[in-house]
Design a binder for this molecule. Structure first.
Ligand code: UFG
Length: 330
């Protein structure tokens, strides 16, 4: 199998930086473009070529393709906060859809052969049943999910007309940090449960609010499918291998463990890892939260040479917590 040069967009961000590590560990030549609007330069290893700029800058990405002989793209750059997407929808369509159009156009012009795209469980909206299958209805309930779904569709149509193949990986709830401590989530206005709970555990917050206790679930709190960020990064490498080995096939897969955990179960795990309990405050429901999101990962297991290496909540939480301690020492 040939390990082609890969451009990682958003490679200084949370998930992108873990993908860079997985590619580098696997011996793939890798180059990063990131405008540092959310990313952190220090999450990219020094030896990885880094370009500060936007994927919407066609001239810049065209230069990068030529300079590094790029044959594949992992496209992470984008905006990811659901409530923000409701307040600023046009920013989300610009950053997630219009910018992707510019990138894909430049890639087609430069004959880049493989594009792997960061998609999301938000494309399903509030599903009628779990676990969610890839072929279930795509009915996003916020601009974030819609902006990602549009890009999926654009890739599908463009790949039918031009000589490249694509993968869309629909992430469920990504959490944790590199087990070797090289990367993790940097808190710029954290909103995600495990990040917030880890911040509370190390004393950066005095409590965690539990948003809603009256959902139709066994303990009344929302159920999510949490996946370790390093397992997700490994899934990207496996997906890229598939795209390069089977240039006539595309790939759309859910990325999760297929296991649902409630907010309270996650907080119990934090308490186990931390030794002392984090203070919980029971609060109103947060707008737009579906009660349950759990992946069917049958296709992921079937198509990808991938198995979870960190597939339990205590491991995810342990790594999230040790990264939070690393940030305190910085
Ligand atoms: N939660 C709390 N307290 C907090 C933070 C979160 O109780 O302080 C709860 C939420 O209400 C939700 C669960 O924890 O029930 C998980 O919330 P997150 O914010 O961690 O994650 P989401 O499920 O909202 O978001 C994820 C992905 C998004 C994706 C979305 C699809 O991170 O990218 O699922 O609905 F769009």
């Amino acid at each position: 199998m040939s390990k082609v040069p890969v451009l990682v967009t958003g490679g200084a961000g949370y998930i992108g930086s873990h993908a860079v590590l997985a590619l580098k560990d696997g011996g793939w030549p890798v180059v990063v473009v990131d405008d540092l609007s959310n990313g952190s330069r220090e999450l990219v290893p020094d030896e990885v070529p880094f370009h500060d700029g936007s994927v919407a800058d066609g001239a810049l990405v065209t230069r990068i393709f030529a300079e590094h002989g790029v044959e594949a793209i992992m496209h992470f750059a984008g905006s990811i906060v659901v409530p923000e997407s409701v307040e600023k929808p046009l920013d989300y369509y610009r950053n997630n859809t219009v910018a992707s159009h510019a990138l894909v156009s430049a890639a087609v012009a430069a004959d880049v052969r493989h594009i792997l795209f960061s998609s999301t469980a938000a494309v399903y909206g509030a599903p009628e049943r779990v676990p969610i299958d890839e072929d279930d209805p795509k009915l996003p309930i916020n601009p974030y999910g819609a902006s990602k779904l549009m890009t999926e569709r654009m890739l599908e149509d463009a790949a039918a007309a031009h000589p490249f193949n694509y993968g869309a990986l629909r992430y469920f709830n990504v959490a944790g940090a590199d087990p070797q401590g090289r990367s993790g989530q940097v808190g710029k206005g954290s909103t995600h449960l495990i990040k917030i709970a880890a911040e509370a555990a190390v004393g950066k917050r005095d409590h965690v609010a539990v948003f809603g206790t009256d959902y139709p679930t066994p303990d009344g709190t929302c159920i999510r499918d949490y996946i370790h960020v390093s397992d997700l990064a490994a899934a990207h490498v496996a997906a890229l291998e598939l795209l390069t080995e089977r240039p006539d096939e595309n790939l759309v897969v859910n990325c999760g463990y297929g296991k649902g955990l409630s907010v309270l179960e996650v907080l119990d795990s934090i308490d186990r890892a931390n030794g002392t309990p984090v203070r919980r405050e029971f609060a109103e429901r947060r707008a737009g939260d579906p009660p349950q999101l759990v992946a069917s990962n049958a296709r992921m297991l079937d198509k990808l040479e991938w198995r979870p290496a960190y597939g339990d909540i205590d491991t995810i939480v342990r790594d999230a917590l040790s990264w939070e301690h690393t940030l305190l020492e910085r």
